[in-house]
Design a protein around this ligand. Sequence first.
Ligand code: ATP
Ligand code: MG
Length: 371
Amino acid sequence: MAAVDLGANKLLALLDSLETGVALLDEQGLFRYANGSIGAICGGTTGPFVGRPAADALPAPRGEIDWKHAARNAIHRGRSVRLTRFAVEGSVLDCALAPIRLGDETLALLTVADVSEAVRLEERLLRQARTQAIANLGDSVAHEIRNPLNSIHMNVQLLREGLHAGSLDRERLDRTAATVQREIKRLDGVVRDFVQFSRPPALRLDRGSVNHVVRAALDALDAQIREKNLRLRTDLQSARPVNMDRDRIQRAIYNVLLNAVQVVPAKGEITCRSRDEEMHCILEISDNGPGLDPAKSKNIFNLFYTTKPGGTGLGLPIANRIVEEHGGRMAVASAPGEGATFAFFLPYEGPPPEREQGPTTVPAAKGERQP
Ligand SMILES: Nc1ncnc2c1ncn2[C@@H]1O[C@H](COP(=O)(O)OP(=O)(O)OP(=O)(O)O)[C@@H](O)[C@H]1O
Ligand SMILES: [Mg+2]
C-alpha cells in the first residue's frame, strides 16, 4: 500500500485537525506558526498568531513563566520545558517546549493539551475516596464505641434490677461498678486511638499473661453472659508471658467472644482454652452456635462482611488486624451446625520487624487443630 504523499498543504491540514495545540516559537518567544487548535485551547484567543508573543495566547496567571526565556532555552541550550497543570481562563493545560530543527533554523516546538476534564475526574475520584474513607472511619468509631456502651448499659440495668428487687449485695455492687469503670476506661482508650487514627499509635508492649487478658474480656461481657444464661468453661493452661499490647489484644478477644455470645442460643456454651506451644501461645474460643459453612468462613475476616441486621462487619477484621500487628495470626475451624472455634496464635516475642500473612480459614471438623 502506498504511503500518503503529505505535501505542505496536506501537512498543514493535518496539523490543523489535531486536538492538541501545536505551534512554533522563535527565540523572541513570538509565534512563527500556530495550528487551528491553539486559539480554542488557549482560552479562545483569536488569531492570526504569527508575529505575536506566546504570552498573548498563554498568559501565565502569576507571570511565573517567561516564554521568551523558555523558547531561548529550548533553541540555544536544547533544553525541553514541561509545564503541567498550567491554568488559562478556567482550563488546565499541559504544555511542552522542545527544540526542533527546520532547514537551517532552530525553533521551539510548543505543544498544548487541554487536560481539564482529566483533572476534574481525578478531583472527583479523590473526593469520593475521601468521603468513603470518612464513612468507613465513622463505622469503625461507631463499632468500637458501641461495644463498651452496650456493656455499661447492661451492667447499669442489672444494678437497677438488683436495687428494685432488693437483691443487690455489696460484693456484686462492687464487681459491677468495677466492670462499668473498666468499660469507661476502654471507651476512653478507643476515642484516643481514633483521634490518632491517621497516625496509628505504636503498640504499648509489655510482657503479660494471655489468661489475664481473657479473664478481663470475659468480665466485660459478664452481663451479657448472665442474661443469656450461658455456660462458660475456661481451661487456661498457658504459663509463658507474651509480649503484647494488652488493651488491644483484649479488644481482639472481646470481639470474638462477643460474636460467640451473640450466636449461641440461650443456655449455650462458650469455652476458652489457652496453651503454650514452641513459638506461640494459642488461645481457642469455641461456641456451640450455628457454625459456619465454607462459603461464609471465607468472608468473615473481610471488612464490613456481616450477616447480622445491626452488625457492621468490623469485629473480626479489627481482631485480625490487632493479632497481625503482634506478628500473630488467627484461624477458624467450623462446620455448619457444629459451632465454631476461633484460634489466636500469639508469638511470645511479639511483633517481628515484618508482618506475617493474613488469616487462614480452614473449614474443618469442629475441634480439628490449626497448624
Ligand atoms: N462464632 C461465630 N459463629 C458463627 N458465625 C460467626 C461467628 N463469629 C462471626 N460469625 C460470622 O462472621 C460475621 C462477621 O463477624 P464480625 O464480628 O466481623 O461482624 P459482626 O459481628 O457481623 O458485626 P460487628 O462485630 O461489627 O457488630 C458475622 O456477621 C457472622 O456471620
Ligand atoms: Mg462481631
